[in-house]
Design a protein around this ligand. Structure first.
Ligand SMILES: [Zn+2]
Length: 395
């Protein structure tokens, strides 16, 4: 079996049963312990954590992890494995070459694990590459983090999201096809509610694709099946529609308002603010955009960070998701950018850590993730350099 060692950017092969000495551990539940500890595991699960005593002989069949801390593995709540972070249009052309895409995805998956990211939620692609990855990891054919996949998104035909889903002409079209749609398999339902934001026009967002009544019907079909709904929504209208239809999470949510936050708090709707796709363009200078666009991006970034801190103060659920696969948002490394952005918004680092573990586990609805306790599978934990994992992890 494996454990992610993000401290050394390695995936360690460990026996199903063993003991190790560690520098300490951290979890949202137990906080930080900086006392040298003996960790034991049996049948691939954590079985005990005991402070190192003087009588213990630390050389006896122990793994020497004394410079590492043990903590829950990270979760990235919003990625697109089928996108390459380099060139969107070229990448869509490459989709015609499945072996190339599958090779790329396997590299991304291993990278996630090397960086301590043990689960990712994929926001979909029309050909179903992320669904394939999900199944291959599950079956053990590919090495990678657990993939929670929407498989294919629900979008309106002729509107934004052509590469994410087949497109439905209207709500009756959806009702006609939904048996087939759910029959393909999916872990969560992703609905495209609004279009894209514009880098050259502050506050302008592509049109809303569904009425509240239509979107509510779509959401209900998922909830009846016990499936959560993630909504791609930005702008006053798009976000209001998603909230009114009681989706489970708002993805991106640019131009969020204080009133939206109050409603999300009331209904328990989570926000995954994906700062990296905007922020990274400013953080890693590129000549792809005009100075006017850069100015607009700066305004969008500032607005987003301000609202994120508002959300934090109001105790709205905040998830950490990167939109990895988008331009300058590389698979794996960008989770550290995203956490960094949340810290820059004003959220204390350990609270950001809790969001990227415990809160994200709730959002992806996987009970065994985001925690460190007796019984936790070792491959869902990671070894870090202690309390410094927010340092640049770019390779
Ligand atoms: Zn997405």
């Amino acid at each position: 079996m494996n454990i992610s060692c993000s401290a050394a950017k390695e995936i360690l092969d460990i026996p199903l049963e063993g003991r190790a000495i560690i520098a300490g551990y951290w979890s949202p539940k137990y906080g930080l312990s900086s006392q040298p500890t003996i960790v034991q595991w049996r049948a691939s699960q954590l079985s005990s954590l005991t402070p190192l005593s003087n009588t213990e002989n630390p050389d006896l069949d122990l793994f020497h992890w004394e410079s590492y801390y043990l903590q829950p593995g990270w979760i990235d709540c919003h990625v697109h494995l089928a996108l390459d972070s380099l060139d969107f249009y070229q990448c869509l052309k490459n989709w015609e070459n499945p072996s190339l895409i599958q090779k790329n995805i396997q590299v991304y998956l291993q990278n996630y694990l090397r960086l301590g990211i043990v689960a990712i939620r994929d926001g979909g692609d029309l050909p179903g590459y992320s669904w394939l990855a999900r199944n291959n990891v599950r079956e053990g054919t590919w090495l990678g983090p657990r993939v929670i996949s929407v498989r294919e998104a629900v979008n309106r035909k002729g509107m934004y999201g052509r590469f994410l889903g087949r497109g439905f002409a209207g709500i009756s079209d959806w009702h006609r096809e939904l048996i087939d749609f759910y029959g393909q398999g999916l872990d969560q339902l992703k609905v495209i509610v609004s279009g894209l934001i514009r880098f050259d026009n502050f506050k302008v967002v592509g049109p809303t694709q569904w009425t509240v009544a239509e979107l509510s019907e779509i959401v209900q079909t998922a909830h009846q099946r016990g499936i959560s709904v993630m909504a791609h929504a930005s702008g006053e209208d798009g976000i209001s529609t998603a909230i009114a239809a009681r989706v489970d999470s708002i993805e991106h949510g640019y131009y969020m308002t204080a009133e939206h936050l109050n409603q999300m708090k009331e209904y328990g709707i989570a926000w995954i603010p994906t700062v990296a796709p905007i922020g990274n363009i400013l953080k890693y200078p590129t000549d792809r955009y005009s100075s006017f666009e850069i100015d607009t991006l700066r305004r969008i970034l500032e607005t987003q960070l301000t609202m994120i801190y508002e959300a934090y103060k109001r105790k709205v659920r905040i998830g950490v998701g990167t939109d990895a696969g988008a331009y300058l948002v590389p698979h794996g490394e960008s989770l550290f950018d995203e956490m960094d952005w949340l810290v820059q918004a004003g959220i204390p680092k350990l609270d950001v850590y809790s969001m990227a573990t415990q809160e994200n586990a709730g959002i992806v609805r996987q009970k065994d993730l985001g925690r460190l306790e007796i019984g936790t599978p070792m491959n869902l934990l990671q070894l870090t350099k202690g309390n410094v994992s927010l340092e640049r992890n770019r390779i």
